[in-house]
Write a protein that binds this ligand. Structure first.
Ligand SMILES: Cc1cc2nc3c(=O)[nH]c(=O)nc-3n(C[C@H](O)[C@H](O)[C@H](O)COP(=O)(O)OP(=O)(O)OC[C@H]3O[C@@H](n4cnc5c(N)ncnc54)[C@H](O)[C@@H]3O)c2cc1C
Length: 409
């Protein structure tokens, strides 16, 4: 019989106590180089102890836990200030393509790809967006043409987060005609280390190069590496977007609570904690984080019942990203003029709240303020989430579709 959830939580806390040094203050407290080395070691520790892919079946290298226990792991790790997915590519591997393979993949694909995500041999990024196909994703032009048992790919993807660190990409490509729009797409697993693929980094306004663009020029992958049926890529892609918007929510409220505590400490340090307007906005943030905890639990309860997330995942995506934009605006207002010439140690997390121990500096908050905008765009912008909620959750009439000149309707 499996252990109860409280017992399981104790096991996770004990593991953290054994695996982390006695003076552990959170991964955010480590200097950049020390942090990189720690994360590589930490990833190996997680793989050896069954904490990577812990909710996958054991046949594919997982630990066979259910989603509730997986979320306990995520919560306790966030409290202890250690990531449950240490590498930037891990989010794409474990939160996106793995659940899609478990849902749509063939037995051969699951047995081949899932264990290689745990070992780190395969590091994934996401190849959806193109220069002219972001919100209007199904207008994409990257083409895959059949050549015997292979697909030959030509085209360009853009905004690939962690693209320079990945060695595999899941690509939404056109295998049918452009007029077929969503009907003519397929989701393909493509190795990046090959002649015919060029990955170029893109530097953003935060000064970091977390993105890249990926060019395909007669790149190849096997037809056997199509996920789901050929021509059904739109359905497979939407399953994946559901996971992107709505899962991995287990630790969200813990991470946002820790970040809010850091902002309260900043307000105190800067003598702004007595300002009624600042207090009112902090109280608003507190209420949002508490409600986030309830929302995450509700989504988890639904997911634990089986099946991929539905359009409700848009509610979580919209809620969290808009909250984070407001919180970081408050941080910049508390900093005042210091935000204009921000100094101090930089922010630690590429996306989302910084982990336990992270610097509480002007520079870290200003970087967070900038990157928080990104979350209202990636995985589908806030406008797109509102339309999805209106049409597919609330059952409101469809938005009128307008076709830009030169696009397939
Ligand atoms: C931090 C970050 C990471 C990303 N990582 C990846 C990645 O790893 N892989 C990947 O493939 N992509 C990635 N993206 C790309 C992301 O998915 C797209 O930026 C996003 O889907 C929006 O597309 P777009 O940039 O082309 O904007 P557009 O689609 O051109 O939209 C421009 C504006 O118009 C609005 N708009 C467009 N259509 C509608 C509509 N029908 N109704 C109402 N408003 C509309 C949008 O809301 C937006 O405000 C990332 C983006 C960011 C910011």
């Amino acid at each position: 019989m499996s252990t109860s959830v409280p017992e399981f939580r104790r096991t996770v806390v004990e593991f953290l106590g054994r695996a982390l040094p006695g003076d552990w203050a959170g991964v955010g407290a480590l200097a950049a180089q020390e942090r990189r080395e720690f994360l590589d070691r930490w990833r190996r520790t997680l793989a050896e102890n069954g904490y990577l892919g812990c909710a996958w079946p054991t046949a594919y290298g997982g630990a066979g836990y259910d989603l509730v226990r997986q979320s306990v792991v995520q919560e306790e790790f966030a409290r202890a200030g250690v990531p449950h997915l240490p590498w930037p590519t891990d989010g794409f591997s474990f939160n996106l393509i793995a659940p899609v393979l478990l849902h749509w993949g063939t037995e051969e694909q699951k047995r081949h790809y899932l264990p290689r995500m745990i070992s780190g041999e395969h590091r994934w990024c996401q190849g959806y967006s193109e220069p002219d196909a972001g919100s209007d994703l199904f207008n994409l032009r990257t083409r895959a043409t059949r050549d015997g048992d292979d697909w030959v790919l030509d085209g360009q993807k853009t905004w690939q987060t962690a693209g320079t660190e990945a060695n595999w990409i899941f690509v939404l490509a056109r295998t049918g005609t452009r007029e077929e729009r969503a009907k003519g797409l397929s989701l393909l697993l493509v190795p990046l280390d090959q002649v015919g693929v060029t990955v170029r980094p893109i530097r953003t306004m935060t000064g970091q190069a977390e993105f890249s663009e990926v060019f395909f020029d007669c790149a190849r992958t096997r037809v056997a590496d199509t996920v789901g049926p050929v021509g059904e890529g739109a359905r497979v892609a939407l399953t994946l977007l559901g996971f992107e918007r709505g899962t991995a929510s287990g630790a969200l409220h813990v991470a946002h609570r820790l970040e809010l505590e850091r902002l309260v400490a900043l307000a105190r340090r800067r003598g702004r904690a007595g300002d009624p307007l600042v207090r009112q906005r902090l109280a608003w943030c507190y209420g949002r984080v508490e409600a986030l905890g309830q929302l995450s639990r509700r989504i988890l309860a639904r997911a634990a019942g089986g099946g991929p997330p539905g359009p409700e995942s848009s509610v979580l995506k919209l809620y969290v990203s808009e909250y984070h934009a407001r919180l970081t605006e408050l941080a910049v207002d508390i900093l005042g003029m210091d935000a204009a010439v921000a100094s101090g140690a930089p922010s630690v997390a590429q996306l989302g709240p910084d982990p336990l121990g992270s610097p509480n500096t002007a520079l870290a908050w200003v970087q967070k303020f900038m990157i928080a905008r990104a979350a209202t765009i990636y995985g589908g912008s806030s406008q797109i989430q509102r339309s999805t909620i209106g049409e597919r959750v609330l059952g409101l009439p469809r938005e009128p579709r307008v076709t830009a000149p030169g696009r397939a309707s």
